[in-house]
Design a protein around this ligand. Structure first.
Ligand SMILES: Cc1cc2nc3c(=O)[nH]c(=O)nc-3n(C[C@H](O)[C@H](O)[C@H](O)COP(=O)(O)OP(=O)(O)OC[C@H]3O[C@@H](n4cnc5c(N)ncnc54)[C@H](O)[C@@H]3O)c2cc1C
Length: 418
């Protein structure tokens, strides 16, 4: 009896750790990931401003499991009929039960120039590339305007008394200032959780660097954080605008060139363009995020958990792709999958398969960071300021300690609250 967990993100790690104690002794448990570390993805935007955090938010897979075998490999495809997973190195592995927890890829929707000219944000390397692009523009702006190169290669830049953020707030002209006039322009496409937090980091980075910056957040729908409750959306928008971020909702990106993002509401020149406009299935899933119902099963023996699937819960509610949901889905699947394995291996005589516990989408609330601030929604209440910041830090730290990475958890709290 072999159980495969494909992907070691929130869903995969939570599931596999639970299965370690729930599966009967004879069952083999294999966790597959192409990366040797578990990444706390919902904190990766922080690396744009705090590169030192990269180490804190990655935990070596070998430290996470006692019983599961870890296999480092890139999944190429899953043949559910044959119950066989194929890998990029040409090998295959058969399974009795599998859980697909491969997360998602960035969706580009075929928009001309978007994939070619944008920086995605799905990994530490992506966050580092965004930082490099933005600081490169800061350096160029400094050289062309007020900047003085110092002997050690760092740049000093004059800033107005009002501060960079205030200078551009409320500007009705949709065209951001082009690069080279001393202002750095960043455009973030897509105002979901990752886009909101990326815009916040870029604005805060500009402030720390003492450079004037136009940070524009473009969203096709009418709200930022469009899949989330109204009071949360409104508080997030306010937090963004307070930090001088130009929020353009109801604005569709149509095409992107080397210099500018063209939308149905005007053109935004950019030095750094980050695209967080949507998610698609991984290549291993043929680009698809299949729909699963509340038992999170694609078939009798294959589960799909977290961002890898479009989950509809026990109440028929579409579940937003999120770390919070992935963790909770994984807990339900661990119980159900262990029950199925027990039923099969312990020689149950009844023909009736065990009843699957349905997954019901329930999260205590939502929290995002916006630069050094944060917005938290707990039931009907929205909290901002230091209380929200503390909550945000505790969510990441809570996850890290739940997987046994206590030192990383402590480091994260220290960094977040410093
Ligand atoms: C910048 C950013 C900020 C976010 N902020 C929040 C937030 O504040 N709150 C929140 O709830 N959610 C947030 N999210 C969303 C959250 O991170 C995702 O919903 C969550 O990571 C989904 O978990 P998962 O386990 O399904 O996938 P992932 O965490 O993406 O894990 C997938 C795993 O599969 C592996 N993998 C992928 N393809 C292959 C392959 N072919 N072969 C082998 N291994 C593979 C990957 O290496 C990875 O380890 C944010 C996301 C981003 C990018």
């Amino acid at each position: 009896m072999r159980v495969l967990v494909l992907g070691a993100g929130y869903a995969g790690v939570t599931l596999a750790r639970r299965l370690e104690s729930r599966l009967p002794d004879g069952a083999e448990l294999v966790v597959v990931d192409e990366d040797a570390s578990h990444l706390v993805l919902h904190e990766v935007h922080r690396v744009i401003r705090r590169p030192g955090l990269a180490e804190t938010i990655q935990v070596p897979l070998e430290d996470l499991f006692d019983r599961a075998e870890v296999r480092l490999a890139r999944v190429d495809g899953v043949d559910r009929d044959a119950r066989r997973v194929s890998f990029a190195d040409g090998t295959t592995l058969d399974y009795d039960y599998a859980a697909i927890c491969l997360g998602s890829a960035t969706a580009y929707y075929g928009l001309p120039g978007v994939e070619e000219h944008s920086l995605p944000l799905k990994s530490v390397a992506d966050a580092e590339a965004i930082r490099e692009s933005f600081l490169g523009a800061v350096g160029a702006a400094g050289r062309s305007e007020a900047g003085d190169s110092t002997d050690d290669g760092s740049i000093t830049i004059d800033v107005s008394d009002e501060g960079a953020m205030e200078a551009e707030a409320g500007d009705d002209d949709p065209s951001a200032a082009p690069a080279g006039d001393g202002t750095v322009s960043a455009v973030v496409g897509g105002a979901g959780l990752s886009g909101v937090q990326t815009a916040g980091e870029l604005a805060a980075l500009a402030e720390e660097e003492g450079v004037e910056a136009d940070v524009t957040l473009v969203e096709q729908l009418d709200h930022v954080a469009p899949n989330f409750p109204k009071n949360f959306r409104e508080a997030v928008r306010e937090a963004l605008e307070t930090r001088g971020i130009d929020v353009r909702t109801g604005t569709s990106v149509e095409r992107v060139t080397e210099e500018a993002v063209e939308t149905d509401a005007g053109t935004f020149a950019y030095d750094t363009f980050v695209w967080t406009g949507g998610i698609a299935g991984q290549a291993a899933m043929g680009g698809d995020r299949p729909v699963v119902r509340s038992d999170l099963r694609l078939d009798e023996r294959t589960f799909a958990v977290g961002d890898a699937a479009r989950v509809v819960d026990a109440d028929g509610e579409a579940v937003p792709a999120s770390a919070s949901a992935a963790l909770r889905e994984a807990r339900t699947v661990a119980d159900n999958l262990a029950e199925l394995v027990r039923h099969e291996t312990e020689g149950e005589t009844t023909d009736f398969a065990p009843r699957m516990e349905p997954y019901r989408f329930e999260v205590p609330g939502w929290i995002v960071s916006v630069g050094d601030g944060a917005v938290a929604q707990l039931g009907p209440t929205v909290v901002t300021g230091s209380a929200a910041k503390a909550m945000k830090a505790s969510v990441g730290a809570g996850h890290l300690s739940s997987v046994g990475a206590v030192k990383n958890a402590v480091d994260l709290v220290e960094e977040e609250l410093s």
